[in-house]
Design a protein around this ligand. Structure first.
Ligand code: 26A
Length: 340
């Protein structure tokens, strides 16, 4: 699709801007805090963060699932200003670091700034090829729909909207407001299951947002958690994807469901048809950390959607972006983008 351009502000992301504090840790640390090797949870205390800073060499990297996807979409598109991002940060160094990083990637940042709470953070605990994400939301938790009104022109300018499922814990009302607008205008609102705890414990707001979402992303473990909560009598991931596609959608078209499965094929249900798209397998020595792989997949997919590409190209670009990000620390990418 080289040479194609997309209108400025075509993609709008809303989510939790987080500073990732990444460290390779011993399994004992996970055991001490009762964490799973491959999970994402909310955490209120500072103890784990203090222990990390004291006892481990840490890397601070821009994070937050939706913001990662926006940065990656920008990297793919190579045309600054296509993606805009809303989220809440504190008045501090971390907030400024995040803003700078997103701007450098070409994302237009419209943060809500909270005077009392610090910018949120996420401990990324790497053991082998797995990563446990432990998030203290702080300012990110204080995003409010009030931020939408003065920025409604940004909402109107966009064609594609995306929020990770994580934002359901913060401002489902903001997601609903934008998703309702998207449906009314025949634009696409996309969401992500994001982590097993969301379909488990936030299923009510998740289903409300899903009813307005024409595009749903997730991975195999999140799909399984969704199926269990909804009482689907199957563990078959393609079957679960079909059932998610069939949940009533208030928009005019049908819902597309895209489920990634690590290095196993990507499952896409579109117009009632199921397609499997293979993934190039990396050798384990090529994998640095899988943090951000799912976000990168979304970034690549949405970039192609904005360009008007077909689903096969969008999935291929998602896989390309994820493959690049996995070979580096955190959700970071090389200077050159070589997707064709
Ligand atoms: C509400 N929670 C738990 C979260 C997150 C999150 N982003 C938003 N909300 N927990 C982890 N992340 C981000 O996920 C990325 C990897 O997919 C991390 O910041 C990390 O960059």
């Amino acid at each position: 699709m080289s040479g194609s351009t997309v209108s400025s502000g075509a993609i709008l992301g809303m989510g939790n801007p987080l500073l990732d504090i990444s460290a390779v840790v011993k399994p004992e640390l996970l055991a001490k805090y009762e964490l799973k090797a491959n999970d994402a949870i909310l955490y209120e205390k500072e103890d784990l963060f203090q222990e990390l800073q004291q006892d481990y060499p840490v890397e601070n990297i821009a994070g937050g699932a939706t913001q990662n996807s926006m940065r990656v979409a920008q990297w793919i598109l190579g045309q600054p200003g296509v993606c805009t991002f809303f989220g809440c940060v504190g008045q501090d160094e971390s907030g400024r670091t995040l803003e700078k990083c997103a701007q450098q990637a070409g994302v237009t940042v419209k943060y809500q700034i909270h005077a009392q709470h610090p910018t949120g953070k996420c401990a990324v605990l790497i053991t082998g090829q797995e990563r446990s994400l432990v998030t203290k939301l702080d300012a990110a938790n204080h995003f409010t729909p009030d931020h939408l009104e003065p920025n409604w022109g940004v909402v109107q300018a966009a064609q594609i909207y995306y929020s990770s499922g994580f934002f359901l814990t913060v401002s489902p009302d903001s997601m609903l407001k934008v998703a309702e607008y998207a449906v009314a205008e025949g634009k696409t609102f996309a969401m992500n299951l994001s982590a097993p705890f969301l379909p488990q414990f936030f299923s009510e707001p998740m289903l409300k947002v899903m009813a307005l979402s024409g595009l749903v992303f997730g991975n195999e473990t999140e799909a399984a958690a969704f199926a269990e909560k909804q009482g689907y009598d199957t563990k078959d991931v393609a079957e679960i994807a079909r059932k998610i596609a069939e949940i009533p959608f208030k928009g005019s078209a049908t819902r597309t469901v895209v489920i990634t499965q690590g290095s196993e094929p990507v499952i896409v249900v579109e117009n009632g048809q199921t397609q499997l798209y293979p993934v190039d397998k990396l050798s384990s020595s090529q994998i640095v950390d899988t943090n951000g792989a799912g976000d990168a997949f979304v970034g690549g997919y949405l970039a192609q959607l904005a360009l008007g590409a077909d689903t096969a190209t969008a999935v291929r670009c998602g896989n390309y972006a994820a493959k690049e990000i996995i070979q580096r620390s955190g959700c970071t990418f090389p200077e050159t983008m070589s997707f064709k």
